[in-house]
Structure formats: C-alpha cells, structure tokens
Design a protein around this ligand. Sequence first.
Ligand code: NAD
Ligand code: UDX
Length: 464
Amino acid sequence: MSTIKNICCIGAGYVGGPTMSVIAQKNPNINVTVVDLNTQRIADWNDSDLNNLPIYEPGLDAVVGEARGRNLFFSTDVDQAIADAEMIFISVNTPTKTYGSGKGMAADLKYVELCARQIAKIATTDKIVVEKSTLPVKTAQAIKSILENTGNGVNFQILSNPEFLAEGTAMTDLESPDRVLIGGDQTKEGQQAIQKLVDVYAAWVAPERILTTNIWSSELSKLTANAFLAQRVSSINAMSELCEATGADVNEVSKAIGMDSRIGPKFLKASVGFGGSCFQKDILNLVYISKSLGLETVAQYWEQVIIMNAHQRSRFAKNIVKTLYNTVSGKKIAFLGWAFKKDTNDTRESAAIYVADQLIDEQAEIHVFDPKVKASQMYSDLGYLQSRSEAENSAALTVENDPYTAVKGAHAIAVLTEWDEFNTYDWQTIYDNMNKPAFVFDGRNILDADKLAKIGFQYQAVGK
Ligand code: NAD
Ligand code: UDX
C-alpha cells in the first residue's frame, strides 16, 4: 500500500481531472486535491449535477460521483493543496509557443515553470514532483533547477509520468492501461520516489504493466508514442489519396495490411485528418528539439507527418468545392460533427475547424450540428485562426441544435466527426429535405455507402 497520504494535482483539465478521479477512486486512503486557476472550471467540477462536469468523457461522471467529497476534491486554493501534499502532479497545458524563439513549434513551458516556482515558494516539507504534462525531453532538469534554487531548502524528487489516455476512451484507458511509465533519477532517493508512485498505481494496475525508466527516456517516450501514432494516421491518409486516384479502397487496404501482425490493425482508419490537442503539438515539439540539436534530417522526417495532415484537411475541402461544380458561394453546407473525434467535447485542432475556414473563404454557408460541442466553442475555434472578424464568422457559420434542421436545404453534408448517432439518422428524410443532387462527403468513412447510394445520395468517402 502507498505511503502517500495526500496528492495534489495542478491543472484540472482533460488529463488532470480524469486521471486524478481514477487515482482517488482506486486509492480511498489517499486524499487527492485537484487545483486550477480557472474558477469556472473548478466550479463545474464541483457541480452537484454530474452532467455539468467541464469535460465530457464516457464513464467519468460515475467515478467523480463515487470519489468526490470522499477523498477527491476540486479547489482553487493551489497553495494549500501544495502545502498539504507529499506528491504533486503537474498537469497543466503545454501548448505550442505563439511568440518568440521557437514560435509555432516549441512547447510553451510558462505554465509548467509557474507551477515549479509556486511549489518552491510554498513547500516547507519534502515533495515528490511528478511531470504529468507532456514535456520536451530534459524539462525535468529545468524544474529541478527552479525548485532547488528558489525553494526553502526542502528536498525535491522529480519524476516523469506521462499520460497515455486518449480522449473519448479516457476512463477505460486509465482503468486498464497498456502500461504506466515512470521515469526518475537513478539515485537511491530517486528510486524511492519511483517506488512511492508505483505503489499508487499498483492499487489497480498489474506490476508487469508498470514500467520504470530513467527520466529522459520517460520524457522522450511520450513524444515518441504520439509521433508514431500520428505517423500511422498520416501514412494511411497518404494512401487514401492514392486509393482515390487508382480505384483501390482504403478500407480494404487497411484491413489487408493490418492483418500483418507486424503492422497490427489499430490506428489505420483514413480520415479527414487527425486533430486533438496532442499530436500536432507534440510532433512540432519533437521537430523543434531535433532542429535545436542540429538533427535537420530527423526534424524533416517527422515534420512530414504534420504536412501530410494539413494536406489531407485541405484536399477534403477542395474536393467539396470541386464536386459542387467549382463553387460553394452562397451554398448551404451542413457539418455533422465538430469535435476532433467522437465521445469528447474537445475541439482542439479539430479538422472541422480548418475545413470550415477553407469553405467560408469560398463563401459557403456552414451549418454545424455536434451532439456535445457548444456554439461558443465553435466560434472561439474559428476566431483563433484569425482569418476574419467575429461578425464575419458569425454570419458564415450557424450552429444548430438539431441535425435535421442543420441539413435542411443543404447542397452537401460533410461528416467531420465519427459520432455513432450519425448512422442512426433517418437518411431518407434527410435526402428528401436537401437540395439536389444531394452530396455527402464522409470524412470519417462511417456511413453505409450502399444504403446512401440507394436513397439517391451522391456519396464520397475519404480513400474511395
Ligand atoms: P487542459 O488545457 O485541458 O488543462 C490544463 C489546466 O491547467 C487548465 O484548466 C488551466 O487552467 C490549468 N493551469 C494552467 N496553469 C496553471 C497554474 N499555474 N496553476 C493552476 N492551474 C493551471 O490541458 P490537458 O488536455 O489536460 O493537457 C495537460 C497536459 O497533458 C498537456 O501537457 C498535454 O500535452 C498532456 N496530455 C494531454 C492529453 C489529452 O488527451 N488531452 C493526453 C496526454 C497528455
Ligand atoms: C492521443 C494519443 O492517442 C494518446 O495516447 C495521447 O495520450 C494523447 O493524444 P487523442 O488525441 O485524445 O489521444 O485521440 P486519438 O484517439 O489518438 O485520436 C487523435 C486523432 O487521430 C483524432 O482526430 C482521430 O480521429 C484521428 N485518428 C485516429 C484517425 O484519423 N485515424 C485513426 O486510425 C486513429
């Protein structure tokens, strides 16, 4: 059993919230306090109605419902939680830098550094500081330097414990992880700290799935895992264009290669392009690190994964314009889905944003329905691109609460997220209410092509 009695997690986001909920659920003897500067986010985590949690993640409400108030707490009192804890997780955001050197590539570590400085200021007892955020390799060195040079003379051990959960399946990923990775110093104190974190996970994870390494391997493994996963998506997406040009079917190609046990069947689904807060950011970070080390060829190799992804999004939008007789000006185009994947309300780097932006440039009128994404989020996503004014974005994009209203009178439907419910719609009614010819551009390859063709749709899917 763990000797840790109090855990603090700084950052109550998509990682901090679910991860700590599961740690608390599985370790009823440990008090887990998740803190954040964002008061609204913390209020939402404490909402008595579990439907109002700030993150939509299947199964999360049940775990929060079980542990919250027992040994799981959400608070804005960062200092108190740091003071009380023996182990502190840093789970704050590490976005791509938008200024200065490394702009557009390097990870912005200002939030992580702020956490380190705050821990150093508050701590009057020894602490184990755990990097849960995804960080460039060697960040632990910077955190250590801040803690040791600005602290109150207490001992700090720094561990790297990257998170591998994927959104939409976070709870099952946390419940049964492929592996838990913990990196730490090779010293006696480092090994003791590693063991304390191993004990926290050992409450529910089998020992053979808890992997311990040196700290740099752990930091770098997280970037490597995301780079490999994203590379598979870009690889199959590259093949999807070749399929479209040759009459091969990308689903058949995926199946055929995935049955080779050396390749494996997962992550071979061609799509309009990967999104999410991690893949692009982490690969750019890898590219930046490689460049900084003078490894130009390595940097160029990984950069292609991003270039391919941007190309895939763009050619999806271009194909819509081309198919609709080379103009979408004044035409209604319905989007089914805005989230970057199903079962999440997260929209960061979603392909839908970029496809919408490109079609709005062509003067299309976009009507979006997504079962979980709020209208304010969609406008904020478009605003972030800075392509046009708020008023122009509001005029060009309409958010609908009902899918049948979204598609009514549309010239085309674009499927941008693979929500299961899209397959259950009454597609005959949808067809009857659309402009003819009625086009469907399936960016997720999820609809029944034969069924739609029989109804009369002009159906196209990525890679077919
Ligand atoms: P997020 O933006 O959802 O949450 C981060 C939270 O940290 C925000 O609520 C923010 O207010 C808070 N914060 C920032 N600075 C703070 C400070 N100084 N004090 C207190 N709170 C502060 O981000 P996320 O998606 O949870 O990602 C967090 C980290 O985990 C990133 O490094 C990311 O790369 C990594 N990661 C994310 C995923 C994922 O699927 N989202 C998966 C694995 C790893
Ligand atoms: C990813 C990693 O999978 C996870 O391990 C890491 O911790 C965080 O980053 P996430 O971004 O939440 O997780 O979702 P993921 O399932 O990896 O999907 C990323 C994007 O790739 C989505 O837009 C998804 O639709 C797309 N994708 C995924 C494909 O287009 N095809 C596939 O075969 C798989």
